[in-house]
Design a protein. Structure first.
Length: 204
């Protein structure tokens, strides 16, 4: 996923400045097939090469930093590093891209989004996850969600969440979130939780 995001961005930047694949290949002193594979997400790109291409394309430093962060998978100081063994590759890809985003939008069918879950709710989700075979793995999964919430909120990211549930079901209570309004009723409800806007639709 991350390769496709970075590759797609590189292709758009290249085309915006009117470069052909051969032009980009000359920057990295490689053949055009390598550039093509990078842009289609078939292979990764080293941070040094990525910065060289982005600089050649005239990409602003802030955008360069975001793409390099996505491509490099973060370092030992990233919040997810201690939990890499218990998080799936897809989940890691997602939170790495999330860390580079300025705004986050999420949609969930029935479940409360990770960033809005209480520890109690997250623990119940972990208990039902067949991939976790030990209590320590389950507790680490809960801890990872807690650290992720802290990282996102401390970064001041804006977000939106939409939850859809059958009218006959009830979502867990949010007693610990003083600023949140009622999550769901028989009609759409809108509220806030910190910098995150909430929307819940009930369906028949």
């Amino acid at each position: 996923m991350r390769r496709r995001v970075v590759g797609g961005a590189l292709r758009r930047y290249r085309e915006n400045v009117g470069y052909a694949l051969e032009d980009a290949a000359r920057v990295l002193e490689c053949d055009r097939s390598k550039i093509s594979r990078i842009e289609t997400g078939q292979r990764g790109i080293r941070p040094k090469e990525l910065r060289e291409l982005l600089t050649e394309y005239g990409v602003p430093p802030s955008e360069q930093l975001a793409l390099v962060s996505i491509a490099s998978r973060g370092g030992q100081h990233s919040w997810w590093h201690p939990y890499a063994d218990i998080l799936s590759d897809a989940y890691l890809d997602y939170v790495i891209m999330e860390s580079a985003a300025s705004e986050i939008m999420t949609y969930e069918a029935q479940l409360i989004p990770d960033l809005l879950q209480t520890d109690e709710y997250a623990r119940a989700i972990a208990a039902a996850e067949p991939g976790y075979v030990t209590d320590q793995q389950r507790e680490d999964a809960v801890a990872a969600k807690a650290v992720r919430k802290l990282a996102v909120r401390s970064a001041g990211k804006r977000g939106g969440a939409m939850i859809v549930k059958p009218m006959s079901e009830t979502l867990p209570s949010r007693r610990n979130t003083a600023r949140s309004r009622s999550f769901c009723a028989n009609s759409t409800m809108v509220g806030t939780c910190g910098s995150i806007a909430l929307r819940c639709d009930a369906i028949a």
